[in-house]
Design a protein around this ligand. Structure first.
Ligand SMILES: [Zn+2]
Length: 266
């Protein structure tokens, strides 16, 4: 172990090696999982998800060496989600993507064994109970991540603002201003979801996440997907190697007796 930054998605430092530095990788509520749709339990008492992103304020876009991320001003509750399985509202902190090299892989969650080309994660934290994001990230009810599958199809015009900004953050460790982007435009029309208790899917893999995975994927064009694969790099500008940022996903982890609930009847 050479420190907390020493992980990635390569052969030597990829998901199968993470447990060496982060033993929780083999814990009881790890994510992602394969969602078996027939095994999900419909819970009629699950409320509809309320997503109030009206007055959200995006700050910047960055390449953290593992993904491309858009961060938000989270100093008050103006951007919150509530309802669903949640007892209190959770504030939006950031969103980021996971993707593959081809369209048959890339998502972290899978549904009945099927992968999607990409998965969007909207990360929220419990500011009612915890005073900082970091504190929430260490608590069993600290975070909520909404997972949205991206499938290939027609162009998603709202995603162009992001794909157009990728050139500014090609290299690991770079950041650019990114104001006025409302992730509401990335939600599918149906907010039907599966929910279960899990973890961060990247080190430190904290078991602090209430997962809400939307059933309906959004569609983006193959050309848009290619921009993620071709523009972004795992490597920093000063490094000699130029390593494309692809396959930045963790494969499904054992369910270990957990129950997946569905907000809808299949
Ligand atoms: Zn993620």
């Amino acid at each position: 172990m050479t420190g907390q930054h020493c992980w990635g998605y390569g052969e030597d430092d990829g998901p199968s090696e993470w447990h060496r530095s982060y033993p929780i990788a083999e814990g009881e509520r790890q994510s992602p999982i394969n969602i078996v749709s027939s095994g999900a339990v419909y819970n009629p008492s699950l409320k509809e998800l309320t997503i109030s992103y009206e007055s959200c304020n995006s700050l910047h876009i960055s390449n953290n060496g593992h993904s491309v991320m858009v961060e938000f001003d989270d100093t008050d509750d103006k951007t919150a989600i509530s309802g669903g399985p949640l007892e209190v509202p959770y504030r939006l902190k950031q969103f980021h993507f996971h993707w593959g090299t081809e369209c048959n892989q890339g998502s972290e969650h899978t549904v009945d064994g099927k992968s999607f080309p990409s998965e969007l994660h909207l990360v929220h934290w419990n500011a009612k109970k915890y005073s900082t994001f970091a504190e929430a990230a260490g608590a069993p009810d600290g975070l909520v991540v909404i997972g949205i599958f991206l499938d290939t199809g027609g162009e998603h015009t709202n995603l162009n603002r992001i794909t157009d900004a990728l050139y500014m953050v090609r290299f690991k460790g770079t950041q650019a201003q990114f104001h006025g982007f409302n992730p509401r435009c990335l939600l599918p029309s149906s907010l039907d979801y599966w929910t279960y208790l899990g973890s961060l899917t990247t080190p430190p893999l904290n078991e602090s996440v209430i997962w809400i995975v939307l059933k309906e994927p959004i569609r983006i064009s193959e050309k848009q997907m290619e921009k993620f694969r071709k523009i972004l790099l795992f490597s920093a500008e000063e490094e000699d190697a130029r390593i494309r940022m692809v396959n930045n996903f963790r494969p499904p982890q054992p369910l270990k007796g957990r129950c997946v609930q569905a907000s809808f009847q299949s």
